[in-house]
Design a protein around this ligand. Structure first.
Ligand code: SF4
Length: 155
């Protein structure tokens, strides 16, 4: 039986696409459990939106909905483009679930940094997370995924 495809933040899949050129990979147990049930489709909205790697860290200002880099560049267009392309991938492949990296200005779900570059978290979603949710995609962060798949394992 074919496994359903699932969209995953590329940095969770060992791809070194974070702003600092590193990854945020899952532990191998979680990865194997994920692969048992799903076919992962790795996507980095910031790279497909045209940003380089490495790059300056960015934060989303939740009130203005603009994304700025730590050196003051407004990169909102890149973030919106990356979000739209990630949504297109979901639509083209019939993907209904996404697992996105927490706290990121693109991928974060529920809590993100507040735009002041002072490590202050506020309620909100990253640009891609927000667009996927508003288009009916079920989004989990990596911590929710672990609870989800380890829960399935125990059934
Ligand atoms: S945009 Fe998403 S996938 Fe890309 S590095 Fe940031 S958190 Fe990871």
């Amino acid at each position: 039986m074919r496994k359903p495809k699932i969209l995953i933040s590329a940095c969770l899949c060992r791809i070194p696409c974070r702003y600092d050129g590193r990854n945020s990979a899952f532990d191998s147990d979680t990865w194997h459990l994920l692969e048992d049930s799903f076919e992962p489709v790795a996507t980095c909205p910031e790279l497909i939106g045209g940003l380089p790697c490495p790059r300056k860290p960015c934060e989303l200002e939740t009130k203005s909905k603009s994304v700025k880099s730590s050196d003051g560049q407004d990169l909102t267009k890149n973030f919106k483009l990356g979000a739209q392309l990630a949504l297109n991938i979901c639509k083209n492949y019939g993907i209904g679930i996404a697992v996105l990296k927490s706290k990121s200005p693109s991928c974060g779900k529920g809590k993100i940094y507040d735009g002041s570059f002072s490590r202050n978290l506020v309620e909100g979603n990253g640009v891609t997370c927000d667009l996927l949710i508003s288009n009916g995609i079920k989004v989990m962060d990596e911590n929710q995924l672990k609870v989800f798949i380890h829960g399935r394992e125990g059934n």
